[in-house]
Design a protein around this ligand. Structure first.
Ligand SMILES: Cc1ncc(COP(=O)(O)O)c(C=O)c1O
Length: 477
């Protein structure tokens, strides 16, 4: 086992992948199928699609219960075993495999452990899934406003003192629920935050959707599960190497949360036909990250990120978000801005002139992820292209748009979130919306941060974020 694994528990984890094995067995010894999915091992599928994804992928596209594959709810067989191995690898007491991303993990946490009228201390730049969860449960967000990095158009870290202050001044707090890292890789001091939460006997939930690699190399920040968080969601599909929409929810060993309530909520929210391909990809991702080969890939990823950052440092007219702004960052998330170009213009130059797709772009800058699967030659190509861009006189057309992308607004709340969501509403022209109260969640992805939530006053400050909207749903007067 490679030396650099941070979580000691992982040393005991065998590099085995029970769902992958069970699926291989089902493929090797096919049964006569008279059950869902109705394409029956690819027999009933549009030919061009079959050619595109390959007939093998369709042969293993099945759901739980069949062919000794086990069940997701309740966890049995290979699926149960795979979840246990994941819990061991991540240092959790229980790990739940999630289909529908970390979104469903956040929904299940909100539905399972928060109650109507309870206050949940959360950062304004949280993902909209937490808020959907609170609309379901009736808990109410108490907004924590992180630092603002104005010149980057981004949210910075959450200062522990702010959490302490809110815990001292708020009654009926059900949980502190924070995002770490941010989408762009900014990191908060989870250790101090968790100590404060423990002192106040309030559970800490960390949305670590963008930190699923952290458990597997010491160069990354320490994962929240090792720093006292009670529950953590991780989008393995974002950076951990599993397939799109597959994620994990981990419950810590000394969690204050009632795991049965979370499991029951998950049962209600999950599909009743889980994709074995997606479940196997979670099993495979955990096995891979724990293996010698996976460890080498993580090392390579970190070296690639260092290389890219070094190259950018040498370029004129280009800056990158780094750990020297008073907080730490995740080295693999490279947010840059180029003098004279908006992030959107940079994104389109990279796409049109160089065939490069970045993770996202805002009015200010662009975010690039250095991932497990990226080769050094690709990173070098990206660095060369950025160099060319900084040496070329590109004009910017996007500034005419006057559109802002990352919402950094402090809300003016008129009604409680859930009450407002269920009030009678009407759709009006955007030009008539100022002074009215929003009836909808407006939180574009990425990054899924709220511009407006039900019950919040619409003001002039919202307009630069709403340039794509012609109409807005508001509470009926
Ligand atoms: C901080 C955060 N949490 C949760 C999610 C939801 O994750 P998923 O796409 O896996 O449902 C996202 C998605 O971008 C996110 O940025």
């Amino acid at each position: 086992m490679a030396k650099n694994i941070k979580n000691k528990n992982i040393k005991k984890t065998k590099t085995e992948a029970p769902i992958v094995e069970a699926l291989q067995n089902a493929y090797d010894k096919p049964s006569f199928q008279f059950h869902i999915p109705g394409h029956t091992r690819g027999g009933g599928v549009y030919k061009a699609f079959k050619n595109l994804i390959g007939s093998k992928a369709l042969k293993v596209d099945t759901t739980d219960e069949f062919d000794n594959l086990g069940t997701l709810t309740p966890p049995t067989g290979a699926i149960a075993k795979a979840q246990e191995l994941a819990a061991e690898a991540f240092g959790a007491s229980r790990t739940f495999f999630l289909l529908n991303g970390s979104t469903i993990g956040n929904l299940a946490l909100a539905m399972g452990i928060t109650k109507k009228g309870q206050k949940i201390i959360t950062n304004r730049n949280c993902h909209r899934s937490l808020l959907t969860g609170m609309i379901i449960s009736g808990a109410e967000p108490v907004w924590l406003v992180p630092e603002k990095l104005e010149e980057w158009g981004l949210w910075g870290c959450i200062r522990p003192e702010k959490i302490e202050h809110l815990l001292k001044t708020t009654k009926n707090v059900g949980a502190v629920w924070i995002t770490n890292p941010t989408y762009e890789g900014v990191i908060s001091d989870i250790k101090s935050i968790s100590e404060i939460c423990k002192k106040h006997k309030v559970p800490l939930i960390v949305d670590e959707a963008h930190g699923s690699l952290w458990n597997f190399n010491n160069s990354f920040p320490t994962p929240a599960l090792q720093l006292g968080a009670d529950a953590v969601v991780q989008s393995l599909h974002k950076t951990g190497g599993s397939m799109s929409q597959s994620s994990m929810l981990h419950i810590s060993k000394n969690s204050m949360l009632d795991v049965n309530k979370i499991e029951r909520a998950l049962k209600l929210l999950h599909t009743t036909s889980p994709s074995l391909i997606l479940l196997a990809s979670l099993d495979a991702a955990r096995a891979h990250l724990s293996s010698e080969e996976g460890q080498k890939q993580i090392e390579r990823t970190i070296k690639n990120a260092k290389y890219l950052r070094k190259r950018i440092d040498k370029m004129q007219n280009i800056q990158q978000l780094k750990a020297d702004f008073g907080f730490k960052t995740d080295i693999t998330k490279v947010f840059i801005k180029v003098d004279g170009l908006s992030g959107k213009r940079l994104e389109s130059i990279l796409e049109i002139d160089f065939n490069i797709e970045v993770e996202s772009a805002s009015d200010v800058g662009a975010l690039m992820l250095v991932n497990l699967g990226n080769k050094r030659s690709e990173i070098k190509y990206l660095a060369d292209c950025l160099e060319k861009i900084t040496q070329t006189d590109y004009s910017d057309i996007y500034h005419l748009e006057n559109k802002k992308h990352t919402p950094m607004l402090i809300p003016n709340i008129k009604y409680k979130l859930r009450d407002a969501f269920y009030m009678e509403k009407e759709i009006i022209k955007k030009s008539e919306a100022i002074g009215r109260i929003s009836g909808e969640v407006i939180a574009e992805c990425p990054p899924g941060i709220a511009i407006l939530l039900p019950g919040e006053l619409i003001t002039e400050a919202h307009l630069p974020y709403l340039t794509d909207y012609e109409e807005i749903e508001v509470i009926k007067e």
